[in-house]
Design a protein around this ligand. Structure first.
Ligand code: SF4
Length: 326
């Protein structure tokens, strides 16, 4: 069947499409899983949960999830004590194990679980990889969240992600899942009512967004982790108008390097001179020196007196020669 929808989208790229059509990351089809070394406590927790389920330990009478976490960390050269939130994540896995096991066994007798198995809808060119789909007499789709950024009610992005997973399960199984939920290590189970109507409305919105021209529409939440920030001029125009709280650009006037190695940079911007502080070498995609042009994103909101921007751990900054601004 010829698709009326164009290119392939994941739940994340479908959300991006709705926020800013120019930022949607289409792919030519479902991509194979990336095998990479784990570096964060959240990644290790996901891998531990997968191991716990695939080993059948979710039926075990004694807790095992922390043990799987330790094994995963060890295999990836991660020290739990040295890892950001490493011990907290381990403690939460231990505290939540019983709740997660009882959530998964809610679907009926002899449940079977798939972990991180891609699901596709070739007609609508949607695909996604839910953390867990468990099938017994009924079916549940569950996504694990390890950070504290999950709220009740669920943020719009997470609700849409779950609705797309529910649709993909329905496409695959021919039946919708009876339970759709986030399992948050910080907050426990957060269920979403994934009605057929809510799913159809979302699919219609995605189809409509696909048919529109891919115009850039800067918005703080969409731009923050967009891969196109460096060269997206509508975004830089919005930043210059004060519409984005985490981006600044300007000509470098002077630099100061502290003993700790962090750098402060004074910038000449269209609205005057500002300081950008706490820049670490790992955030910089090149040498910063007076005379170059610097763009920086994912900053903390600026203070006004004196005008100062501060880098955050996720900040990225791109210097360029003045004559060749980005
Ligand atoms: S940087 Fe912002 S405006 Fe530009 S494409 Fe990305 S989300 Fe859209």
């Amino acid at each position: 069947m010829t698709s009326a929808y164009g290119r392939w989208l994941t739940p994340t790229s479908a959300w991006r499409l709705a926020q800013c059509a120019a930022s949607a990351g289409y792919s030519s089809g479902p991509l194979p899983p990336r095998r990479q070394r784990l570096t964060t406590a959240g990644e290790a927790a996901h891998a531990a949960m997968k191991r716990w389920i695939e080993s059948g330990d979710w039926f075990a009478p004694t807790p095992r999830l922390q043990e799987h976490y330790d094994i995963v960390c060890d295999a990836n050269g991660l020290q739990v004590e040295a890892l950001a939130n490493g011990r907290l994540t381990r403690a939460r896995l231990g505290a939540r194990e019983v709740d997660l096991a009882s959530l998964l066994t809610r679907v009926g007798d002899r449940p079977e679980a798939d972990c991180e198995k891609p699901l596709v809808d070739p007609e609508k060119e949607l695909w996604g990889v839910p953390d867990i789909v468990v099938r017994g007499g009924q079916t549940a789709v569950v996504d694990l969240k390890t950070g504290g950024d999950v709220t009740r009610p669920l943020p719009d992005q997470l609700s849409r992600q779950l609705l797309i997973y529910a649709h993909l399960v329905r496409t695959h199984d021919g039946e919708p899942p009876s339970l759709v939920a986030i399992f948050s290590l910080a907050h426990g189970v957060i269920e979403l009512e994934a009605s057929a109507r809510a799913i159809e409305e979302l699919l219609d919105r995605i189809a409509a967004a696909r048919s529109l021209p891919g115009m850039a529409t800067p918005r703080a939440d969409a731009c923050r982790f967009c891969a196109q920030r460096r060269r997206c001029e509508p975004h830089w125009n919005a930043a210059a108008n004060g519409e984005l709280p985490d981006a600044v650009e300007g000509a470098v006037v002077r630099t100061e390097v502290a003993e700790s190695g962090s750098m402060a940079v004074q910038l000449e911007t269209p609205t005057g001179r500002v300081w950008l502080t706490r820049l670490r070498p790992t955030m910089l995609a090149g040498q910063v020196a007076p005379g170059c042009w610097l763009r920086a994103v994912r900053l903390m909101a600026p203070s006004t007196e004196p005008p100062t921007w501060r880098a955050a751990p996720e900040t990225m900054a791109w210097p360029a020669p003045l004559a060749n601004q980005h």
